[in-house]
Design a protein around this ligand. Structure first.
Ligand code: ATP
Length: 514
């Protein structure tokens, strides 16, 4: 049975298609799995998110600069980074439903279910004992909780060991022991677990030449690492410093059934921050705090964000966490913050034979810097904004509306300019107002249909303000400004409109709050 949140997710997906945010790729050919196109409103929202991130990184931090590296890279890059040998997901099929899953995700979900059971026991007991309830004592002594905990610890340890040693048989055994059933067929009729490399490959050069296999980059970070010395030297950067980049990445994801949450072609916004070895934990905490703040000042609700520490660290990391967002599909990773040690630079040194070290003039010594990475999916950020701002509302007069309460700074259009009637010189006056505003604010002009209908359409695409031009406008040079969220209207004199709306919709104003 579909849950309320499943319905919500479905509604958001159809809303984003109906209103020109996201279309399935090549839809006239029935689409391409896990590939999407951004429509006229989606492209604007996406660009605004990019601007918010890019300005935060490169303008608010004078020790961070931005680059734009190519998608194609020398194939040895991916040997050095470990992607050729280890960028694999363990996949498993259910023989009855014919559906394919990531074995590690199935196991993590089963562990999460056990965690839920612990929570339920705790809730039950806390209701029963009231004020006298001591959670720790209960968890330390209740036999049912202890048994769940034992199972959780055992499963986590086995998962970590199996993933660490790429032991596919051990993963399969864990799926059997946890009695995991397929959510669709309900059976435990599983195939063996196999490794699957997520990189897309293609060939570079003409057919006459020797075919050369290259990859579509699975992350943007390596474009930063290979340019580390170029940027450091030409920009005269001093450690600590950062390099930021926004760009496409490609992964042949096994499970791609979650709209733009998991795509095969997506965009990342990554920043690698190079620090002196030994200081990385301090910087790790610093970036955790900065990135969380960047999210929260948007105003989508502080409770929608949380940190999730990684227990199973990648071999190159000495600390890692996710910022999770409360998507309609649950709390899931939105951004990763990783302390990557000197793993990448050291390996590129080894594979390229070129020195990738920083000469510290104050200490008169060279070293390979350590790296703190902040990595966020632009499309996931888009989904968090869309789902965090989507609301179906019942109004006082009994009617209903769907409104996207997108933070004004990110909204595709900032203001709709609407003459009340298509006559009496109102359209001409409205056009004049727009001609003045359009250099500072993205405007949308519309004169068709009753004004109420036009307001609803703007609500549905998240336009924060509607300016209505009526007969009074012609008399006293004032217009009404309607606020999307409160639906309240106020009369403002035309010369004041620009300054008022520009500030209310400004990305810079949000950045100043960080
Ligand atoms: P997941 O565990 O969800 O597969 P990951 O840990 O592999 O993600 P990273 O390699 O850390 O992800 O990538 C950094 C960010 O890029 C993620 O936080 C996410 O926002 C985004 N991202 C990763 N894979 C995808 C994808 N297939 N589609 C959209 N965004 C993605």
């Amino acid at each position: 049975m579909a849950t309320q949140d499943d319905n919500l997710f479905r509604n958001i997906i159809s809303h984003s298609k109906e209103y020109g945010f996201i279309f399935p790729s090549s839809e006239i050919y029935d689409g391409l799995s896990a590939v999407y196109d951004y429509g006229q409103n989606g492209a604007e929202l996406k660009n605004n998110i990019k601007e918010y991130w890019w300005k935060f990184m490169t303008m608010l931090h004078d020790n961070i600069v931005g680059i734009d590296a190519a998608i194609f890279m020398h194939p040895t890059t991916w040997k050095a980074s470990g992607h050729v040998d280890a960028f694999n997901d363990p996949l498993i099929d259910n023989k009855d439903s014919k559906k394919r899953y990531r074995a590690d995700v199935l196991i993590e979900e089963a562990i999460a279910k056990l965690e839920d059971k612990v929570e339920k026991e705790v809730e039950k007991a806390s209701k029963k004992f009231g004020d006298a309830f001591n959670r720790k004592q209960f968890e330390d002594t209740n036999p049912r909780v202890l048994e769940y905990r034992r199972k959780i610890d055992d499963a986590n340890a086995r998962l970590k060991a199996a993933m660490g040693s790429s032991d596919m048989a051990a993963l399969k055994q864990l799926i059997i022991d946890l009695e995991i059933t397929d959510p669709i067929s309900g059976t435990r009729n599983w195939t063996d677990v196999r490794q699957f490399n997520l990189m897309f490959s293609t060939e570079i050069g003409s057919l006459a030449e020797e075919a050369n296999k290259i990859y579509l980059r699975p992350e943007t970070a390596q474009g930063i690492f290979v340019n580390f010395l170029n940027v450091q030297k030409t920009g005269r950067m001093k450690v600590p410093f950062g390099i930021a980049q926004i760009g496409k990445a490609f992964r042949n994801e096994i499970v791609a059934r979650q709209f733009i949450f998991r795509m095969r072609e997506f965009e990342q916004m990554e920043m690698q921050f190079f620090v002196q070895p030994g200081s990385e934990m301090e910087w790790y905490e610093h970036w955790k705090e900065r990135r969380m703040r960047w999210h929260k000042v948007l105003g989508l609700g502080d409770n929608n964000y949380r940190f999730f520490d990684h227990l199973n660290l990648a071999h190159y990391a000495n600390a890692a966490c996710d910022i999770q967002f409360n998507f309609p599909i649950g709390f899931k990773e939105l951004e990763g913050i990783h302390s990557r040690t000197d793993f990448d630079l050291r390996n590129h040194e080894k594979y390229s034979g070129k020195k990738l070290q920083y000469f510290d003039t104050e200490r008169n010594t060279s070293y390979i810097p350590y790296v703190i990475e902040t990595s966020i999916g632009l499309d996931r950020m888009f989904l968090s904004v869309l789902s965090g701002s989507y609301a179906e509302e019942k109004l006082e007069d009994g009617s209903e509306r769907v409104v996207l309460r997108i933070p004004p700074a990110l909204a595709p259009n900032k203001v709709a300019i609407l003459p009340l009637l298509r006559k009496d010189g109102l359209p001409e006056k409205a056009r004049k107002i727009m001609d003045d505003l359009k250099y500072d604010l993205r405007c949308f002009y519309e004169e068709k249909d009753a004004i109420g209908k036009r307001y609803r359409r703007q609500d549905a695409i998240g336009t924060p303000y509607c300016i209505t031009v009526d007969h009074q406008t012609l008399e006293d040079d004032t217009v009404t400004i309607r606020d999307r969220d409160s639906m309240k209207q106020e009369r403002v004199s035309i010369p004041e409109v620009k300054a008022k709306l520009t500030e209310a919709c400004s990305i810079n104003a949000v950045l100043r709050k960080i």
